[in-house]
Design a binder for this molecule. Sequence first.
Ligand SMILES: Cc1cc2ncn([C@H]3O[C@H](COP(=O)(O)O)[C@@H](O)[C@H]3O)c2cc1C
Ligand SMILES: O=C(O)c1cccnc1
Length: 364
Amino acid sequence: MHTIEDTLAAIRPLDEAAMRDARDLQARLTKPPGSLGVLEELSVRLAGLAGTCPPPLPEPAAVAVFAADHGVHARGVTPWPQEVTAQMVANFLAGGAVVNAFARQVGATVTVVDVGVATALPEGLADAPGLLDRKIAPGTADMTAGPAMTPEQARAAVETGIAVARDLVDGGARALLTGDMGIANTTASAALVAAFTGLPPAEVTGRGTGIDDATHARKIGVIEAALARHGLTGGAPEGADPLAVLAAVGGLEHAALAGFVLGAAALRVPVVLDGVIAGSAALAAAALAPDALGACVAGHRSVEPGHSATVAHLGLRPLVDLELRLGEGTGALLALPLVQGAVRVLHEVATFDAAGVSDKPSQV
Ligand SMILES: Cc1cc2ncn([C@H]3O[C@H](COP(=O)(O)O)[C@@H](O)[C@H]3O)c2cc1C
Ligand SMILES: O=C(O)c1cccnc1
Protein backbone atom coordinates (compact mmCIF):
# COMPACT_ATOMS: atom_id res chain seq x y z
CA MET A 1 0.00 0.00 0.00
CA HIS A 2 1.28 3.42 -0.93
CA THR A 3 -1.64 5.64 -0.06
CA ILE A 4 -1.07 9.14 1.19
CA GLU A 5 -2.96 8.36 4.39
CA ASP A 6 -0.86 5.26 5.23
CA THR A 7 2.30 7.17 4.52
CA LEU A 8 1.36 10.20 6.62
CA ALA A 9 0.45 7.87 9.48
CA ALA A 10 3.90 6.24 9.34
CA ILE A 11 5.84 9.53 9.61
CA ARG A 12 7.17 10.09 13.13
CA PRO A 13 9.31 12.69 14.89
CA LEU A 14 13.07 12.22 15.16
CA ASP A 15 14.20 9.82 17.89
CA GLU A 16 15.47 11.91 20.81
CA ALA A 17 17.49 9.10 22.44
CA ALA A 18 19.44 8.38 19.23
CA MET A 19 20.12 12.10 18.83
CA ARG A 20 21.42 12.30 22.40
CA ASP A 21 23.70 9.33 21.72
CA ALA A 22 25.02 11.00 18.57
CA ARG A 23 25.71 14.28 20.43
CA ASP A 24 27.55 12.35 23.16
CA LEU A 25 29.58 10.44 20.59
CA GLN A 26 30.47 13.60 18.66
CA ALA A 27 31.79 15.09 21.92
CA ARG A 28 34.08 12.06 22.49
CA LEU A 29 35.61 11.91 19.00
CA THR A 30 39.21 13.03 18.44
CA LYS A 31 38.54 16.59 17.34
CA PRO A 32 37.75 19.83 19.11
CA PRO A 33 34.07 19.83 20.07
CA GLY A 34 31.91 21.36 17.36
CA SER A 35 34.76 21.51 14.86
CA LEU A 36 32.75 19.80 12.12
CA GLY A 37 30.24 22.59 12.27
CA VAL A 38 27.05 22.00 10.31
CA LEU A 39 28.01 18.37 9.64
CA GLU A 40 27.78 17.54 13.36
CA GLU A 41 24.18 18.67 13.66
CA LEU A 42 23.42 16.84 10.39
CA SER A 43 24.88 13.60 11.79
CA VAL A 44 22.75 14.03 14.92
CA ARG A 45 19.63 14.55 12.84
CA LEU A 46 20.34 11.47 10.71
CA ALA A 47 20.79 9.42 13.88
CA GLY A 48 17.39 10.70 15.01
CA LEU A 49 15.91 9.78 11.66
CA ALA A 50 17.31 6.23 11.76
CA GLY A 51 16.50 5.85 15.46
CA THR A 52 20.00 4.51 16.11
CA CYS A 53 23.55 5.79 16.59
CA PRO A 54 25.50 5.61 14.42
CA PRO A 55 22.87 5.74 11.69
CA PRO A 56 23.46 3.62 8.56
CA LEU A 57 25.79 5.15 5.99
CA PRO A 58 23.63 6.92 3.39
CA GLU A 59 24.77 4.74 0.52
CA PRO A 60 24.08 3.47 -2.04
CA ALA A 61 22.30 6.55 -3.33
CA ALA A 62 19.54 6.81 -5.91
CA VAL A 63 18.34 9.87 -7.80
CA ALA A 64 14.78 9.92 -9.10
CA VAL A 65 14.28 12.45 -11.88
CA PHE A 66 10.54 13.17 -12.12
CA ALA A 67 9.70 14.51 -15.58
CA ALA A 68 6.55 16.33 -16.67
CA ASP A 69 5.21 19.18 -18.77
CA HIS A 70 3.18 22.25 -17.90
CA GLY A 71 0.09 23.85 -19.43
CA VAL A 72 1.35 27.23 -18.26
CA HIS A 73 4.09 26.90 -20.88
CA ALA A 74 1.54 28.41 -23.32
CA ARG A 75 1.70 31.71 -21.38
CA GLY A 76 5.25 32.43 -22.58
CA VAL A 77 7.07 31.95 -19.26
CA THR A 78 10.17 30.25 -20.70
CA PRO A 79 11.97 30.54 -24.02
CA TRP A 80 12.47 26.78 -24.36
CA PRO A 81 10.07 24.62 -26.39
CA GLN A 82 8.11 22.01 -24.48
CA GLU A 83 9.70 19.24 -26.59
CA VAL A 84 12.95 19.75 -24.66
CA THR A 85 11.43 17.88 -21.70
CA ALA A 86 11.12 14.65 -23.76
CA GLN A 87 14.45 15.26 -25.47
CA MET A 88 16.19 15.63 -22.11
CA VAL A 89 14.53 12.42 -20.89
CA ALA A 90 16.19 10.69 -23.84
CA ASN A 91 19.47 12.38 -22.92
CA PHE A 92 19.19 11.15 -19.29
CA LEU A 93 18.58 7.61 -20.51
CA ALA A 94 21.61 7.84 -22.81
CA GLY A 95 23.70 9.02 -19.84
CA GLY A 96 24.54 12.36 -21.45
CA ALA A 97 23.14 14.96 -19.05
CA VAL A 98 24.87 16.74 -16.16
CA VAL A 99 22.88 14.64 -13.68
CA ASN A 100 24.38 11.51 -15.23
CA ALA A 101 27.93 12.83 -15.02
CA PHE A 102 27.52 13.87 -11.38
CA ALA A 103 25.79 10.57 -10.52
CA ARG A 104 28.65 8.56 -12.02
CA GLN A 105 31.09 10.62 -9.96
CA VAL A 106 29.46 9.53 -6.69
CA GLY A 107 28.22 6.08 -7.73
CA ALA A 108 24.51 6.98 -7.62
CA THR A 109 21.88 5.45 -9.86
CA VAL A 110 19.57 7.65 -11.96
CA THR A 111 15.94 6.60 -12.47
CA VAL A 112 13.78 8.74 -14.75
CA VAL A 113 10.10 8.73 -13.86
CA ASP A 114 7.75 10.01 -16.57
CA VAL A 115 4.77 11.33 -14.63
CA GLY A 116 3.56 13.70 -17.31
CA VAL A 117 5.76 14.31 -20.35
CA ALA A 118 3.57 15.82 -23.09
CA THR A 119 5.63 14.96 -26.18
CA ALA A 120 6.14 11.37 -27.29
CA LEU A 121 9.54 10.05 -26.27
CA PRO A 122 11.89 9.30 -29.17
CA GLU A 123 11.39 5.86 -30.79
CA GLY A 124 12.67 2.85 -28.91
CA LEU A 125 12.88 4.50 -25.50
CA ALA A 126 9.73 3.05 -23.97
CA ASP A 127 11.59 -0.03 -22.71
CA ALA A 128 14.83 1.71 -21.82
CA PRO A 129 16.34 0.58 -18.54
CA GLY A 130 16.22 3.41 -16.06
CA LEU A 131 12.85 4.72 -17.30
CA LEU A 132 9.65 4.24 -15.34
CA ASP A 133 6.52 5.00 -17.36
CA ARG A 134 4.17 6.35 -14.69
CA LYS A 135 2.47 8.94 -16.90
CA ILE A 136 -0.60 10.37 -15.22
CA ALA A 137 -1.46 12.93 -17.91
CA PRO A 138 0.37 14.47 -20.89
CA GLY A 139 1.25 17.56 -18.87
CA THR A 140 -0.84 19.75 -16.59
CA ALA A 141 -3.53 22.22 -17.65
CA ASP A 142 -2.83 25.96 -17.70
CA MET A 143 -3.05 27.13 -14.07
CA THR A 144 -4.27 30.57 -15.16
CA ALA A 145 -7.36 29.02 -16.78
CA GLY A 146 -8.27 26.47 -14.10
CA PRO A 147 -6.63 23.96 -11.78
CA ALA A 148 -3.40 22.54 -13.21
CA MET A 149 -4.48 19.06 -12.10
CA THR A 150 -7.65 17.34 -11.04
CA PRO A 151 -7.68 16.18 -7.41
CA GLU A 152 -7.36 12.60 -8.72
CA GLN A 153 -4.30 13.43 -10.80
CA ALA A 154 -2.61 15.22 -7.89
CA ARG A 155 -3.27 12.27 -5.59
CA ALA A 156 -2.04 9.76 -8.18
CA ALA A 157 1.15 11.77 -8.67
CA VAL A 158 1.84 11.98 -4.91
CA GLU A 159 1.23 8.23 -4.57
CA THR A 160 3.56 7.57 -7.51
CA GLY A 161 6.31 9.45 -5.71
CA ILE A 162 5.66 7.45 -2.53
CA ALA A 163 5.87 4.19 -4.50
CA VAL A 164 9.10 5.20 -6.25
CA ALA A 165 10.72 5.98 -2.89
CA ARG A 166 9.57 2.60 -1.55
CA ASP A 167 10.85 0.72 -4.62
CA LEU A 168 14.26 2.40 -4.56
CA VAL A 169 14.67 1.62 -0.85
CA ASP A 170 13.48 -1.96 -1.44
CA GLY A 171 16.20 -2.11 -4.12
CA GLY A 172 18.85 -1.19 -1.52
CA ALA A 173 19.09 2.61 -1.68
CA ARG A 174 19.90 4.26 1.67
CA ALA A 175 19.94 7.83 0.39
CA LEU A 176 17.30 9.24 -1.94
CA LEU A 177 17.97 12.32 -4.05
CA THR A 178 15.39 14.44 -5.85
CA GLY A 179 15.64 15.31 -9.53
CA ASP A 180 13.30 17.05 -11.95
CA MET A 181 12.87 17.82 -15.62
CA GLY A 182 10.02 19.92 -16.98
CA ILE A 183 10.23 22.97 -19.16
CA ALA A 184 8.32 25.82 -17.39
CA ASN A 185 8.50 24.12 -14.02
CA THR A 186 10.14 27.08 -12.29
CA THR A 187 6.82 28.91 -12.87
CA ALA A 188 4.84 26.24 -11.03
CA SER A 189 7.57 26.18 -8.36
CA ALA A 190 7.33 29.93 -7.75
CA ALA A 191 3.53 29.71 -7.61
CA LEU A 192 3.78 26.97 -4.97
CA VAL A 193 6.33 28.94 -2.96
CA ALA A 194 4.09 32.02 -3.01
CA ALA A 195 1.08 29.93 -1.99
CA PHE A 196 2.84 28.11 0.87
CA THR A 197 4.92 31.01 2.23
CA GLY A 198 2.50 33.89 1.57
CA LEU A 199 5.29 35.90 -0.09
CA PRO A 200 4.42 37.96 -3.18
CA PRO A 201 5.23 36.43 -6.60
CA ALA A 202 7.57 39.33 -7.40
CA GLU A 203 9.80 38.23 -4.50
CA VAL A 204 9.91 34.51 -5.24
CA THR A 205 9.92 34.36 -9.05
CA GLY A 206 13.29 33.87 -10.70
CA ARG A 207 14.61 33.57 -14.20
CA GLY A 208 14.56 29.79 -14.49
CA THR A 209 16.66 28.67 -17.44
CA GLY A 210 17.52 32.36 -18.06
CA ILE A 211 14.95 34.88 -19.28
CA ASP A 212 15.02 38.57 -20.19
CA ASP A 213 13.34 41.30 -18.16
CA ALA A 214 10.18 41.33 -20.27
CA THR A 215 9.67 37.57 -19.92
CA HIS A 216 10.41 37.76 -16.19
CA ALA A 217 7.76 40.48 -15.76
CA ARG A 218 5.28 38.38 -17.74
CA LYS A 219 6.10 35.32 -15.62
CA ILE A 220 5.36 37.24 -12.41
CA GLY A 221 2.07 38.46 -13.90
CA VAL A 222 1.10 34.91 -14.89
CA ILE A 223 1.77 33.65 -11.36
CA GLU A 224 -0.20 36.54 -9.84
CA ALA A 225 -3.12 35.73 -12.15
CA ALA A 226 -2.99 32.04 -11.28
CA LEU A 227 -2.92 32.73 -7.54
CA ALA A 228 -5.86 35.13 -7.89
CA ARG A 229 -7.78 32.57 -9.97
CA HIS A 230 -7.44 30.00 -7.16
CA GLY A 231 -7.94 32.25 -4.14
CA LEU A 232 -4.26 31.98 -3.20
CA THR A 233 -3.25 35.65 -3.37
CA GLY A 234 -1.27 36.45 -0.22
CA GLY A 235 -0.86 32.73 0.43
CA ALA A 236 -3.11 29.73 0.92
CA PRO A 237 -5.80 30.41 3.52
CA GLU A 238 -5.33 28.94 7.00
CA GLY A 239 -6.33 25.28 6.97
CA ALA A 240 -6.20 24.94 3.16
CA ASP A 241 -5.65 21.39 1.89
CA PRO A 242 -2.03 21.16 0.64
CA LEU A 243 -3.16 18.66 -2.02
CA ALA A 244 -5.63 21.22 -3.36
CA VAL A 245 -2.84 23.83 -3.54
CA LEU A 246 -0.67 21.33 -5.44
CA ALA A 247 -3.56 20.58 -7.80
CA ALA A 248 -4.27 24.27 -8.39
CA VAL A 249 -0.80 25.57 -9.31
CA GLY A 250 1.65 22.66 -9.07
CA GLY A 251 3.08 20.27 -11.61
CA LEU A 252 2.82 16.51 -11.84
CA GLU A 253 6.53 16.31 -10.98
CA HIS A 254 6.02 18.59 -7.96
CA ALA A 255 3.24 16.35 -6.65
CA ALA A 256 5.36 13.23 -7.26
CA LEU A 257 8.33 14.87 -5.53
CA ALA A 258 6.15 15.72 -2.53
CA GLY A 259 5.21 12.04 -2.38
CA PHE A 260 8.86 11.02 -2.75
CA VAL A 261 9.75 13.17 0.28
CA LEU A 262 6.86 11.71 2.28
CA GLY A 263 7.84 8.19 1.26
CA ALA A 264 11.45 8.74 2.33
CA ALA A 265 10.32 10.18 5.68
CA ALA A 266 7.98 7.24 6.30
CA LEU A 267 10.85 4.83 5.58
CA ARG A 268 13.24 6.93 7.70
CA VAL A 269 15.71 7.28 4.84
CA PRO A 270 17.32 10.68 4.20
CA VAL A 271 16.20 12.57 1.10
CA VAL A 272 18.63 15.12 -0.31
CA LEU A 273 16.70 17.94 -1.95
CA ASP A 274 17.89 19.64 -5.10
CA GLY A 275 16.79 23.20 -5.94
CA VAL A 276 13.62 25.21 -6.22
CA ILE A 277 11.47 22.49 -7.79
CA ALA A 278 12.24 20.03 -4.99
CA GLY A 279 12.04 22.79 -2.39
CA SER A 280 8.57 23.85 -3.48
CA ALA A 281 7.48 20.20 -3.38
CA ALA A 282 8.95 19.89 0.12
CA LEU A 283 6.77 22.84 1.20
CA ALA A 284 3.75 20.76 0.20
CA ALA A 285 5.13 17.66 1.94
CA ALA A 286 5.82 19.63 5.13
CA ALA A 287 2.32 21.12 5.03
CA LEU A 288 0.95 17.55 4.92
CA ALA A 289 3.35 16.16 7.55
CA PRO A 290 5.64 18.62 9.40
CA ASP A 291 7.74 15.71 10.70
CA ALA A 292 8.70 14.82 7.10
CA LEU A 293 11.22 17.66 7.37
CA GLY A 294 13.34 15.48 9.65
CA ALA A 295 14.27 13.39 6.61
CA CYS A 296 15.07 16.37 4.37
CA VAL A 297 18.57 17.64 3.69
CA ALA A 298 18.82 20.78 1.54
CA GLY A 299 21.58 19.80 -0.88
CA HIS A 300 22.32 23.26 -2.21
CA ARG A 301 21.07 26.82 -2.46
CA SER A 302 19.72 27.55 -5.94
CA VAL A 303 20.00 30.97 -7.56
CA GLU A 304 16.17 31.07 -7.72
CA PRO A 305 14.86 33.55 -5.12
CA GLY A 306 11.96 31.23 -4.37
CA HIS A 307 14.46 28.64 -3.18
CA SER A 308 16.01 30.90 -0.54
CA ALA A 309 12.50 31.77 0.60
CA THR A 310 11.70 28.06 0.80
CA VAL A 311 14.71 26.98 2.84
CA ALA A 312 14.17 29.93 5.20
CA HIS A 313 10.52 28.95 5.62
CA LEU A 314 11.40 25.30 6.25
CA GLY A 315 14.38 26.07 8.50
CA LEU A 316 16.75 24.07 6.30
CA ARG A 317 20.37 25.00 5.72
CA PRO A 318 21.69 24.29 2.21
CA LEU A 319 25.01 22.44 2.28
CA VAL A 320 26.55 23.96 -0.84
CA ASP A 321 26.05 27.33 -2.51
CA LEU A 322 27.50 27.37 -6.01
CA GLU A 323 25.08 29.61 -7.93
CA LEU A 324 23.60 26.56 -9.65
CA ARG A 325 20.31 26.90 -11.52
CA LEU A 326 20.01 23.65 -13.39
CA GLY A 327 17.84 21.20 -11.50
CA GLU A 328 17.82 17.51 -12.61
CA GLY A 329 19.24 16.54 -9.19
CA THR A 330 22.65 18.10 -9.83
CA GLY A 331 22.89 20.12 -6.60
CA ALA A 332 21.72 17.18 -4.52
CA LEU A 333 24.41 14.97 -6.05
CA LEU A 334 27.17 17.47 -5.33
CA ALA A 335 26.07 17.59 -1.69
CA LEU A 336 25.84 13.81 -1.27
CA PRO A 337 29.50 13.27 -0.21
CA LEU A 338 28.98 15.85 2.56
CA VAL A 339 25.98 13.94 3.88
CA GLN A 340 27.91 10.69 3.69
CA GLY A 341 30.94 12.27 5.34
CA ALA A 342 28.81 13.53 8.23
CA VAL A 343 27.68 9.98 9.00
CA ARG A 344 31.03 8.32 8.29
CA VAL A 345 32.57 10.35 11.10
CA LEU A 346 30.28 8.61 13.60
CA HIS A 347 31.34 5.20 12.24
CA GLU A 348 35.07 5.61 11.82
CA VAL A 349 36.61 8.36 13.92
CA ALA A 350 38.32 7.22 17.10
CA THR A 351 37.29 8.47 20.52
CA PHE A 352 39.78 10.31 22.75
CA ASP A 353 39.76 7.30 25.06
CA ALA A 354 40.40 4.70 22.37
CA ALA A 355 43.14 6.71 20.66
CA GLY A 356 44.83 7.83 23.89
CA VAL A 357 44.46 11.49 22.98
CA SER A 358 43.94 14.01 25.77
CA ASP A 359 40.45 15.39 25.63
CA LYS A 360 41.26 18.56 27.61
CA PRO A 361 42.94 21.70 26.36
CA SER A 362 45.71 22.67 28.83
CA GLN A 363 45.00 25.65 31.04
CA VAL A 364 46.77 28.87 30.04
C1 LIG B 1 18.52 21.88 -21.99
C2 LIG B 1 17.92 21.98 -20.60
C3 LIG B 1 18.25 21.05 -19.62
C4 LIG B 1 17.71 21.18 -18.35
N1 LIG B 1 17.88 20.43 -17.25
C5 LIG B 1 17.16 20.95 -16.27
N2 LIG B 1 16.50 22.02 -16.69
C6 LIG B 1 15.71 22.85 -15.81
O1 LIG B 1 15.11 23.94 -16.48
C7 LIG B 1 13.71 23.82 -16.58
C8 LIG B 1 12.99 24.89 -15.84
O2 LIG B 1 13.27 26.18 -16.30
P1 LIG B 1 12.12 27.08 -16.94
O3 LIG B 1 11.04 27.18 -15.92
O4 LIG B 1 12.81 28.40 -17.22
O5 LIG B 1 11.67 26.40 -18.21
C9 LIG B 1 13.37 22.47 -16.00
O6 LIG B 1 13.25 21.53 -17.00
C10 LIG B 1 14.52 22.20 -15.09
O7 LIG B 1 14.67 20.85 -14.79
C11 LIG B 1 16.83 22.20 -18.00
C12 LIG B 1 16.46 23.13 -18.98
C13 LIG B 1 16.99 23.02 -20.28
C14 LIG B 1 16.59 24.01 -21.33
O1 LIG C 1 16.63 25.57 -8.65
C1 LIG C 1 16.58 24.76 -9.57
O2 LIG C 1 16.62 23.54 -9.35
C2 LIG C 1 16.41 25.24 -11.00
C3 LIG C 1 16.62 26.55 -11.34
C4 LIG C 1 16.47 26.95 -12.65
C5 LIG C 1 16.10 26.03 -13.61
N1 LIG C 1 15.89 24.77 -13.26
C6 LIG C 1 16.04 24.36 -11.97
